[in-house]
Design a protein around this ligand. Sequence first.
Ligand code: TK8
Length: 334
Amino acid sequence: MRKMLLATTAIAFGLSAAAPAFAEFNDRNIRVSNGINEDHPVGNGIKAMQACLDEKSGGKLKLTAFWGGALGGDLQATQALRSGVQEAVVTSSSPLVGIIPALGVFDLPFLFASPEEAYQVLDGEFGDMMSQKLEEAGLVNLGYWENGFRNLSNSVRPVTKWEDFEGMKVRVMQNDIFLDTFQNLGANATPMAFGEVFSALETNAIDAQENPYVTIDTSKFYEVQKYVTETNHAYTPFLFLFSKAIFDTYTPEEQAALRECATVGRDEERKVIQDLNKKSLEKIKEAGLEVNVLSEEEQARIREKSMVVYEKHKATIGADVVDGILAKLEEIRK
Ligand code: TK8
């Protein structure tokens, strides 16, 4: 009993003598820019990340998310991070290839065959290697969130084989690999920032766009499209990027909390996406769109036709990067 009392006293004393709680944390308002809307699973991820940060920082690290491109498009927001005037962005890797050409590897058509395969590559050594390149460009990658497998939507006709792309005005991300992929299929591909897509579809300035079901749903593209084809032609990741200039001014504890909580958010986001994908597809059908799934045969034809894009872009992406990911995938698939 005496021993226990002593021990309790020691603990109480220890606590009162300790530094004030969360002394290693400062009040930080972290602006996170998003092109997609709040009901996209990224919204769930950010909530989970905030809950984690609240716990670790005693409420000092606060995320303020901006949606629907309110702080500018992916590229613009990323440049704001590089010049140290904005903290964070959740962006597709694709519009950033002009800054970091190696990121183009993720845009190669039909690279990943399943989300699990993508997670293994992104959350492992290969993903770390790409994060290193981002860091050299002034961007700290807190993790690979999910954008997902991309599907085609359009307002002119059902697409069930690659010949159906002929002459179709397809919006692509600002990225030469996507541009070539669609041009090679006969489409009239137009690079455009995400924020302009809805009105370009609405006014028929373009016929088509490609994005995962959850984006076709949450960005309401189904309101201005008639056909969807499950093409799964690319899996593009989201990057949770932080301004390196700002990150470097944070304490090690703040930095660690951000990294750890971004992983918590990532896991939540990936989980919610799996579920919403199915619900979004239902919603798209309910809205009256015709949904076609490419037959295995047609998918194989498109894939084969698209392989020229690998050769064409290998040098710009970096032969080591392309060969590196293909070797990794081969290893995973064994
Ligand atoms: C949102 C974009 C979007 C992407 C695109 O900011 O541009 O089509 O798939 O989700 O990053």
